[in-house]
Design a protein around this ligand. Structure first.
Ligand SMILES: *[C@@H]1O[C@H](CO)[C@@H](O)[C@H](O)[C@H]1NC(C)=O
Ligand SMILES: *[C@@H]1O[C@H](CO)[C@@H](O)[C@H](O)[C@H]1NC(C)=O
Ligand SMILES: *[C@@H]1O[C@H](CO)[C@@H](O)[C@H](O)[C@H]1NC(C)=O
Ligand SMILES: *[C@@H]1O[C@H](CO)[C@@H](O)[C@H](O)[C@H]1NC(C)=O
Ligand SMILES: *[C@@H]1O[C@H](CO)[C@@H](O)[C@H](O)[C@H]1NC(C)=O
Length: 275
């Protein structure tokens, strides 16, 4: 009956067509791709911190994945791959924590301890496994590690009228340092120099009393760190004046009372004189 009515037929066509596609995707999902993903693709950390580098392995029971072996690489000179796990150098053996050392690891992420400038590299995980008995290997797209030191934001050396904001960062043209005065951007800098380890971003701005200053380090549109500087208006003598004023109050009241008394007294004499 439904199919005899053309209008109903038209309405029905779409859901049938849609549900077929949905069914297709559901089937795809269950036997979908085996993937190795690394997110986020860039990690920004402060110097000397412990950094987690993510790697996740997605597969379903249908893939019959066995004999999983985890490897991690960094990009070496001239695009070469340097293994840091499991055959890493002594340095990496001490500083690299593998979260799961089981024969079939579940968590493929690693933690790099006490990161320094020379750790600013791209870290790629690779998984070697058997898929239904056939050997296969897959790599993640890699995570780029970028670092920054702490930010200094204070009066410029030998100056009382200018501020200096500076911070050391890994060479990356998307780092941007900005100084804001009362929330309004006054100046900003980027540096696309390709230095081997680190570069310094710095800004000088004139200081005006009573204004609030903020220095921000951003990367792309993300705020990495910020510091504020609040310059108090020249108010040091004010409390002293206040104390003097408070001390003067009883004295002034005394003078007023005395004056009133004397004036009143003189009026009294005059009155008596007239009589
Ligand atoms: C980094 O990890 C080590 C060892 O787990 C720990 O002793 C240290 O406190 C950590 N450092 C930071 C900055 O979290
Ligand atoms: C690492 O990956 C897990 C799972 O995908 C996610 O929950 C976590 O937020 C990631 N860690 C970082 C530092 O992005
Ligand atoms: C692996 O461990 C790290 C650190 O504990 C955690 O951030 C991450 O979310 C874990 N990944 C998965 C897939 O559970
Ligand atoms: C960029 O950084 C380098 C190294 O710190 C420095 O020599 C250069 O002057 C900087 N360039 C700009 C435009 O600030
Ligand atoms: C830095 O990033 C934060 C967060 O996205 C944003 O609110 C702020 O305006 C950015 N600062 C600059 C100077 O672009």
């Amino acid at each position: 009956m439904l199919f005899t009515s053309s209008s109903c037929g038209l309405i029905l066509k779409k859901p049938v067509w849609l549900s077929l596609i949905m069914l297709f995707f559901r089937l795809q999902g269950s036997t979908g791709q085996i993937t190795v993903t690394q997110t986020p693709s860039v990690v920004v950390s402060e110097l000397n911190q412990n950094v987690t580098l993510n790697c996740s392995f997605n597969h379903s029971p249908d893939h019959r994945v066995t004999r999983v072996i985890l490897y991690w690489y960094v990009n070496g000179p001239e695009g070469s791959d340097v293994n840091i796990y499991p055959h890493g150098s002594e340095e990496y053996k001490e500083r690299l924590i593998v979260l799961d050392k089981e024969e079939t690891p579940r968590n493929m992420s690693i933690i790099l301890l006490g990161v320094t400038w020379k750790d600013c590299k791209k870290y790629q995980c690779m998984l070697s496994y058997d898929k239904a008995g056939e050997p296969e290997r897959k790599r993640g797209q890699g995570i780029l590690l970028l670092l920054h030191d702490s930010m200094v934001f204070d009066l410029a050396p030998r100056s009382v009228s200018s501020l200096l904001c500076s911070v050391k960062v890994s060479p990356d043209p998307t780092f941007r340092l900005t100084v804001l005065e009362d929330g309004v951007e006054v100046c900003s800098t980027q540096n696309d120099t390709q230095a081997p380890h680190a570069i310094t971003l710095s800004l000088h701005v004139p200081l005006h009393s009573g204004r609030k200053y903020e220095c921000q380090l951003n990367r792309s549109s993300e705020l990495i760190l910020s510091r504020t500087y609040f310059n108090q208006p020249q108010s040091l003598p004010e409390p002293i004046f206040l104390y003097i004023a408070i001390l003067l109050v009883p004295f002034i009241i005394l003078i007023i009372i005395l004056t009133l008394y004397l004036v009143g007294d003189r009026k009294g004499y005059r009155g008596r004189g007239k009589k």
